[in-house]
Design a protein around this ligand. Structure first.
Ligand code: HEM
Length: 74
């Protein structure tokens, strides 16, 4: 997992949002390296509105960082 994040700079806000989702997911993968366990837990959070909202919040935090790094694509 060394060179998976070469830059925070993206062409468009939509690409920046994709990067924010990736940042969130990579943290989960680093924290729980066992794919089998992640797959089991996926089934739980995928059907729990509160946990989906929490996941959205994590993405929103990363998106704020990515947007700032890109000077809000101005
Ligand atoms: C799938 C985001 C937390 C395990 C997905 C997908 C997204 C996503 C967008 C759909 C991928 C697709 O269908 O193309 C996130 C975000 C998280 C989060 C933003 C937290 C902030 C977790 C956690 C686990 C998990 C805590 C389990 C420990 C999985 C698995 C899949 C999945 C196994 C299905 C496999 C895959 O499509 O790659 N997640 N997730 N995720 N997530 Fe999460």
């Amino acid at each position: 997992m060394s060179d998976w994040l070469p830059s925070l700079i993206t062409e468009t806000p939509a690409e920046g949002y994709d990067l924010a989702v990736k940042l969130a997911r990579v943290a989960v993968k680093m924290t729980q390296p066992e794919a089998e366990i992640r797959e089991r837990l996926r089934a739980e959070y995928a059907e729990d509105a509160e946990r989906l909202i929490e996941a959205s919040q994590v993405v929103a935090t990363h998106f704020a960082t990515v947007a700032a790094a890109n000077n809000y694509w101005r």
